[in-house]
Design a protein around this ligand. Structure first.
Ligand code: SF4
Ligand code: SF4
Length: 274
């Protein structure tokens, strides 16, 4: 069977691909690697200099960890987690972000934009993430250290907010039954169906198989099922890595793992043959 890949949709933070002739378990492996194996940068240690806010240090440290940090450049720049966990060495392992904010006469909200990163390649994806609210006279000052990690260690390192594999929907309309009443077009939440002159046009790639169209059709003119060998892989990024990068890193990880298995099997083969 021929292999075919098509981009159905692509945005700044997401990619939707249609695969034909690719086994479902392989796509599922890509999905899992995109969630749990592809490394990104996230804050892992915080040294507090001063915290007179109403929040405990631990709460603020947790919030800092959950702020997505840009990681595209960091992947080639920082050491892998296994080389850094437990190490006191900052160089090559950690990107340092600092903050020192005081509220004077008014209540002040501290945002991710107030963090100063020593590495311009590792900075908050969004400047508008709130960290803490300071009452007049309160101060928050710390040094945060971010390192590479993987989603399987903690979700804060996962580059993907969504990674799914779904069947491609098969939406069949029986033209002899359809009265072109348009009810299905109105009810469809994804704009899959469109009424044109003498028939209903279908964009199957957008269908989420919610069955609303089937329920609303009084003439039993719609049949919903799915294609057996066509799958849609959807990856949404936290912004830490571009969606295409998540995909290519996930594939690299799978290929490396297969290579390790291959090498081990080769060794067994040579042992058996000797
Ligand atoms: S609801 Fe049924 S009859 Fe009406 S346009 Fe859709 S398919 Fe045709
Ligand atoms: S199943 Fe849902 S998404 Fe698909 S065509 Fe029908 S109404 Fe639209």
């Amino acid at each position: 069977m021929g292999l075919n890949v098509k981009v159905l949709d692509r945005g700044k933070n997401y990619i939707k691909l249609l695969f034909e002739g690719v086994p479902l378990p392989l796509l599922n492996a890509v999905r899992r690697a995109a969630l749990a194996e592809v490394p990104t940068m996230a804050v892992d240690e915080v040294i507090f200099v001063d915290n007179t806010s109403a929040l405990y240090d631990e709460i603020i440290a947790h919030r800092l960890g959950m702020i997505p940090l840009t990681s595209d450049e960091a992947l080639g720049k920082y050491k892998m987690p296994e080389e850094c966990i437990g190490s006191t060495e900052v160089e090559g392992c950690y990107a340092v972000l600092t903050l020192d904010v005081s509220a004077k006469d008014e209540v002040l909200t501290v945002y991710s934009r107030d963090l100063t990163s020593q590495d311009p390649d590792v900075r908050p994806v969004s400047p508008d993430i709130p960290i803490a609210v300071l009452a007049p006279g309160q101060r928050l000052a710390f040094e945060a250290r971010a390192r590479l990690g993987r989603g399987r260690e903690h979700i804060k390192w996962s580059p993907s907010t969504v990674a799914t594999v779904t069947y491609l929907a098969k939406v069949s309309l029986n033209r002899s039954r359809c009265t072109l009443c348009g009810k299905c077009v109105e009810v469809c939440p994804r704009g899959v169906l469109k009424l044109v002159k003498d028939h209903v046009e279908v964009d199957e790639g957008k269908c989420i198989l919610c069955r609303q169209c089937v329920k609303v059709c009084d003439y039993d003119a719609i049949d919903l099922s799915w294609y057996e060998d066509k799958y849609i892989l959807y990856i949404e990024s936290s912004g830490a890595l571009k969606p295409e990068r998540i995909l290519s890193e996930a594939l690299k990880i799978i290929v490396n793992k297969l290579q390790i298995i291959h090498n081990e099997l080769n060794k067994l083969g040579s042992v058996g043959g000797s």
